[in-house]
Design a protein around this ligand. Structure first.
Ligand SMILES: [Fe+2]
Length: 263
């Protein structure tokens, strides 16, 4: 994947000099997204938003986010270039650092951007990183990914994609979103929870490991956890064994044209 975006670098005080236009983009994005998620995001995500208290007016400084995040789980976000190698990504997770590209989409990309910008990284991922079990899942996932052959990492990443990025779960008030991919997208938050177009299938790790995906379209398929805490059970299973089994069984037929690569 190519990007035309470049991360902004912090100054000597660790602060990023966001322009008025960039702050305005953040304000527009967070204002409209905050309405959309109220009835569609999982209660844990909404609680995480309350804990982190993002500014509604300007792009938050990562130094401020980190002070708050550290108090809950010891995690930090780390400023990285727009795209980083997979190994570096997993290495940061294994060290309790969430990689966050520090650029924000330009107004013409307001509704959709393929590459993850700071709105996606902060708004989509930081709220749930205030939950110790969720943060531990991320850390263990990073360690597990580093422990396997690099050629198997994109297959393993499907477990991340269908949970951390595009996961749904059941609640007393219906299916809710907890994935940062959909929760930072004005269209996909609604589509994932309410549209009759995508399939919603009960989460099963072996099934997920056999499911190809594309990064550049609304997902045609979501996996649904029965409850939030089931996420933390995934890595208690023999994931390496399941990975091998998924390779032997092979992939499911994709529900989309195969034009884009995973990871
Ligand atoms: Fe993400």
């Amino acid at each position: 994947m190519k990007t035309t975006y470049v991360s902004k670098q912090p100054n000597a005080q660790g602060l990023i000099d966001w322009t008025a236009d960039e702050n305005n983009t953040w304000k527009t994005l967070i204002t409209r997204q905050s309405e959309i998620v109220k009835t569609r995001a999982s209660e844990e995500f909404l609680e995480g938003l309350d804990r982190i208290r993002f500014s509604m007016d300007e792009v938050p400084q990562h130094t401020v986010i980190n002070r708050r995040l550290r108090d809950f789980t010891g995690w930090e976000v780390e400023v990285v270039p727009a795209l980083i190698p997979a190994k570096e990504f997993f290495n940061l997770l294994a060290n309790k650092k969430f990689p966050a590209a520090s650029f924000i989409r330009i107004p013409k990309d307001l509704d959709y951007i393929q590459e993850p910008d700071i709105f996606h990284e902060f708004y989509g991922h930081v709220p749930l990183l205030t939950f110790p079990d969720y943060a531990r899942f991320m850390e263990e996932f990073g360690k597990l990914a580093l422990s396997i052959a690099p050629k198997d990492r994109s297959r393993l990443f499907r477990l991340f994609w269908f949970t951390i990025e595009f996961g749904l779960l059941r609640s007393g008030t219906g299916v809710k979103a907890y994935g940062g991919g959909m929760l930072s997208s004005i269209h996909e938050t609604v589509y994932s929870v309410e549209s009759s177009i995508p399939k919603r299938v009960d989460f099963d790790p072996l099934t997920v490991l056999r499911t190809p995906y594309r990064i550049d379209i609304p997902q045609p398929l979501y996996y649904v956890l029965s409850k939030f805490t089931d996420l933390f059970e995934i890595l208690n299973q023999d994931v390496i064994g399941l990975l091998e089994e998924s390779k032997e069984l092979g992939d499911f037929e994709p529900l989309f044209p195969l034009e884009s690569k995973e990871l």
